[in-house]
Design a protein around this ligand. Structure first.
Ligand SMILES: C[S@@+](CC[C@H](N)C(=O)[O-])C[C@H]1O[C@@H](n2cnc3c(N)ncnc32)[C@H](O)[C@@H]1O
Length: 289
């Protein structure tokens, strides 16, 4: 049994925490349990945290090229107690929103702790958690919801506490995913799984502060398909024709927004599996022509 709990403090557009049971199935079916796990596009790292806290894997590697996302994870793992103090006590007001926003944008200097908190603050007070988006309730705060609607202090402190308890089992990186993948065999033992959730091909540009162009997506697909790449991997994407072409060498599985073991979907999203990986048993696996 795997928990359905959300362990991540970040809200994430396109967050994939609900995939954790599927990824756990793949890990167990392929004798990768107790190993390492890497998310090169971690965002809220929702899957990674479930796998670690449920004991499916022993160590997680969290990478994100967005400096605001990476500094949040560093603060959460290395300065957990201090971050919890800020979450418990900092005012959630429009003045504070302007202050933390300018820090997140690099216009105001801040320590790792402050910058990490700035990311969390913006993530929890902006609509849909979009860092470059607008504040919940609007600048005039005249909407139905106010900016503190999603800033549940107690719950966030709890989630951070749990992260602190596992700090020794979490490595943080702030690198371009392709560069990290080129050297990941240096820190990933052979009993490891990589789960890649790149920015969406079609609508990624509006959601994240870094976005990918066609060639960036293609470069990753080529690297993963090359003989020299030896760690098992799973990639998830929006179900775009261009992406299916790039991964035409891999087994794929299409699904709706949520995976359940019993139901099959022909969905708007697609997952690809590396060659030697056995996909989840109930998944509708097909080779894309
Ligand atoms: C689809 S989101 C990941 C969401 C994540 N799976 C979750 O459940 O929260 C993609 C992430 O990739 C990051 N990103 C974009 N370009 C990147 C790059 N070149 N290298 C590493 N990360 C990148 C973005 O900052 C964003 O956080």
């Amino acid at each position: 049994m795997y928990s359905n709990k959300l362990f991540t403090p970040l809200r994430y557009p396109g967050g994939k925490a609900s995939f954790a049971p599927l990824i756990a199935d793949v890990i167990n079916n392929n004798k990768l349990a107790g190993g390492h796990y890497l998310e090169p596009y971690a965002g809220g790292a929702g899957v990674a945290l479930v796998l670690l806290m449920d004991g499916v894997v022993r160590h997680i590697h969290i990478n994100d090229a967005d400096p605001a996302v990476a500094v949040f994870w560093r603060a959460a793992v290395r300065e957990t107690a201090e971050l919890i103090k800020l979450v418990a006590s900092e005012p959630i007001t429009m003045d504070a929103w302007h202050h933390w926003r300018s820090m997140m944008l690099g216009e105001t200097e801040g320590t790792q702790l402050e910058r990490g908190f700035a990311t969390l603050f913006m993530n929890r007070t902006n609509r849909s958690g979009i860092l470059k988006g607008g504040v919940i309730g609007g600048k005039a705060q005249s909407g139905t919801y106010r900016l503190d609607a999603r800033f549940m202090r107690d719950e966030l402190c709890l989630r951070l506490e749990r992260i602190g308890l596992h700090a020794g089992d979490i490595s943080i990186y702030e690198e371009d995913a392709h560069k990290l993948l080129l050297r990941c065999h240096q820190f990933l033992p052979s009993t490891s799984l990589i789960y890649l959730d790149p920015p969406y091909y079609v609508k990624g540009a509006g959601l994240y502060r870094n976005f990918y162009r066609h060639d960036d997506h293609a470069q990753i697909a080529r690297l993963l398909g090359s003989r020299r790449f030896r760690r098992p991997w799973i990639v998830s994407y929006d179900n775009a024709q261009e992406i299916r072409m790039m991964y035409s060498y891999a087994h794929s599985f299409t699904y709706g927004l949520r995976y359940t073991a019993q139901q099959r979907y022909t969905g708007s999203e697609v997952m690809f599996f590396s060659e030697r990986l056995t996909p989840p048993e109930q998944a509708q696996v097909q080779k894309v022509a």
